[in-house]
Design a protein around this ligand. Structure first.
Ligand SMILES: Nc1ncnc2c1ncn2[C@@H]1O[C@H](COP(=O)(O)OP(=O)(O)O)[C@@H](O)[C@H]1O
Ligand SMILES: [Mg+2]
Length: 299
């Protein structure tokens, strides 16, 4: 669904250049639900905006749903944004109109597009996000979690193949966040929509099968599950400590870029006493690659 290689984004403001993405690689399969994590300022929103067609990369390759995003003209870009992609933001004021009902809010994007069957589809989507009973409530009367679920229904209104969510649970409590995540999982499963969620919520990312972390505008590491959910359930019941059972089945993998370059975790470099920009000794031994601090002044 998404393929990007060596993606670069440079912002220029007041003569100062900020390199928000510094050669990022990412592949997302069709029908996948995955998360992107990273510190504030690491380039998560920048990446999501590129994926959503809201902004153009400065360099690199970006293909979404088979389309070369760097080559789309204005008309193609508009139809991409209208037909292929849906967006959910942290601040749902960007998604929602407070003085309309949930139903009217969901119908609005379909009205703008001139779709038939708006009422029926809006009802179906509100049911999908578990809000059938609240469909006639004004947005202003709904809780944060409910509003975020309406935002998801709106993002799905035009039947996108790719759903992007930028910190969708940043403004709600932990319990509500888990509920909102469940809605993403449900629509991913039932509608087959590819879902990419940006989050800095560690608890949230723990229950997502694939989590890619971005550091300084580059893909750094990837967490993948080693076992099926059934294994996790049985491990949970064996273990006193749920968290350690969770950790046991998750593995953090460093990402090799397509040229074979690897970013080593800062903590590991610190432990070796090696600084970024320095040198290390790399040796192949049986089935391992061993990295040791190089004594550049010695023999
Ligand atoms: N429109 C912009 N103009 C200039 N700099 C920007 C703009 N948007 C983001 N940046 C900068 O790019 C970097 C990445 O920002 P962002 O993608 O928002 O990070 P994140 O979402 O991970 O917090 C930051 O240094 C930020 O200040
Ligand atoms: Mg952001």
């Amino acid at each position: 669904m998404v393929w990007c290689e060596n993606l670069v984004k440079i912002y220029k403001s007041d003569g100062v250049e900020v390199m928000a993405l510094q050669g990022l690689d990412l592949t997302v399969e069709r029908g996948e639900l995955m998360a992107i994590v990273g510190a504030s300022g690491s380039g998560k929103s920048t990446l999501l905006n590129m994926l959503g067609g809201l902004d153009k990369p400065s360099a690199g390759s970006l293909y979404i749903d088979g389309k070369d995003m760097l080559k789309l003209d204005e008309k193609e870009l508009i139809s991409y944004m209208r037909d292929t992609v849906g967006f959910v933001w942290q601040n749902n004021a960007r998604n929602l109109i407070p003085y309309l009902t949930a139903q009217q809010n969901v119908e609005l994007p379909m009205l703008l597009k001139g779709s038939a069957n708006r009422r029926h589809r809006a009802e179906m989507l509100l049911e999908e996000v578990g809000l059938s009973k609240r469909k006639n409530s004004l947005l202003a009367q709904m809780s944060g979690g409910e509003q975020q679920r309406v935002a998801i229904a709106i993002a799905l209104a035009n039947n996108p193949r790719l759903l992007l969510a930028d910190e969708p649970t940043g403004a709600v409590d932990t319990k509500t966040a888990a509920m909102v995540l469940d809605v993403f999982k449900k629509i991913n499963k039932e509608l087959g929509v590819t879902v990419i969620i940006v989050t800095h919520d560690v608890n949230l990312s723990k229950s997502i099968d694939r989590v890619v972390s971005i550091r300084d505008g580059k893909t750094a590491t990837e967490m993948v599950r080693r076992h099926s959910l059934e294994d996790i359930a049985s491990l949970d019941s064996l273990s006193e400590n749920k968290d350690s059972a969770e950790d046991a089945v998750r593995e953090e993998l460093a990402v090799l870029d397509r040229a074979g370059r690897l970013q080593l975790p800062k903590e590991y470099l610190n432990a070796l006493g090696v600084k970024g920009g320095g040198k290390v000794r790399v040796e192949l031994e049986d089935d391992k690659i061993i990295i040791t601090a190089a004594d550049v002044h010695g023999s």
